[in-house]
Design a protein around this ligand. Structure first.
Ligand code: KMH
Ligand code: ZN
Length: 320
């Protein structure tokens, strides 16, 4: 299936990088039968998302038996080779894991597998998914309500020391470049601090994360403010993407594309394709945002273009 549009794009057309986060650690199996859990399901979802136009696949892992979030490198090894064989998409491994995991646990897959890209969360924060408890009367697994309830009392820890550890260990030594997750303007200031100190190196890829309970809300004025902050703090050293959790995912991503940015979709952050309608696949969300991007007269970036723009080390340099 042709992924990247016409072979002779109009001169000067900007291409948008689409990232797809296929499973994450926020949603649980009870919430959607389409949430990838097993290695086969995660691989299939990733390949489908790449075929639909995603240049970057953001990956968490799950225990294949229970669907519980896992940062066990072997759970990643169970699906990464199939993704690498079937697509040239950039693999972006989470260092956030689940907000209730220790940093050491969270960093294990990135340290073992040395991907081209990793997420890096730019500050400690509350990361509340407990409100979803009210939406389900029963659960497939006992761990599901327990995990959601745990977010009421757990700080998602990303201290300055944690951030420096990830920059030096996963970045400088492991060769990964980062999707810097900024959930509010203060975290953009932190990013600017490390850019000035030389620990963060351009091109800086900033993910404006909206709609997480504990972070900035998914509102146009908030996005405009975050962009203005990034312009002031990061100057021309950055490119940005927009990720809105929940039902505003597509509309805020669309605004991000209009503002000159890139987009992130995926069942990690939103289970629906329209209000009240579960997405049947990650590819369905990628297809929707891609159609919007193309209707706007924009193009869709290939993995090769993403690698060039983000100065990535290449798929040959990973350890999976
Ligand atoms: N789920 C997103 C809001 C990470 O994995 O390190 C943020 C995220 C963080 O994807
Ligand atoms: Zn993630």
């Amino acid at each position: 299936m042709k992924v990247n549009g016409p072979s002779n794009p109009p001169a000067g057309r900007r291409n948008v990088i689409i990232t797809c986060a296929v499973t994450g650690s926020i949603h649980t199996p009870t919430m959607s039968p389409h949430l990838p859990v097993t290695a086969e399901e995660i691989a299939e979802a990733s390949i489908g998302a790449a075929e639909a136009g995603a240049a970057i696949i953001h990956l968490h892992a799950r225990d294949p038996e229970t669907g519980a979030p896992s940062a066990d490198p072997d759970h990643f090894r169970a699906f990464l080779p199939a993704i690498a064989q079937k697509t040239d998409a950039v693999v972006n491994i989470s260092t956030g894991g689940s907000s209730v995991m220790s940093l050491e646990t969270r960093l294990a897959p990135a340290r073992a597998l040395k991907p081209e890209m990793c997420s890096l969360n730019m500050g400690s924060m509350n990361f509340g998914t407990f409100p979803m408890l009210d939406k389900y009367a029963s659960w497939k697994h006992n761990w599901e309500p327990a995990l959601l309830e745990a977010t009421r009392r757990t700080v998602f820890q990303n201290t300055f020391e944690d951030i420096e550890t990830i920059l030096e260990d996963v970045g400088d030594r492991g060769g990964a470049r980062f999707e810097f997750e900024c959930y509010d303007v203060g975290q953009i200031e932190t990013l600017g601090f490390y850019l000035k100190r030389g620990l963060v190196k351009p091109p800086v890829y900033v993910q404006f994360v909206l709609g997480v309970l504990g972070g900035a809300g998914a509102h146009p004025d908030t996005l405009v403010h975050m962009k203005a902050t990034a312009d002031r703090v990061l100057g021309d050293a950055y490119d940005f993407s927009v990720l809105a959790a929940g039902g505003k995912q597509i509309s805020m991503a669309t605004m991000g594309a209009i503002m000159g940015g890139n987009v992130r979709v995926g069942l990690e952050d939103n289970l629906t394709i329209a209000p009240g309608e579960l997405a049947k696949s990650n590819a369905e969300q990628v297809g929707k945002i891609r159609r919007i991007i193309e209707e706007l007269g924009l193009g869709v970036a290939t993995p090769a273009e993403a690698r060039q723009r983000l100065a990535l080390k290449g798929a040959h340099a990973v350890e999976f």
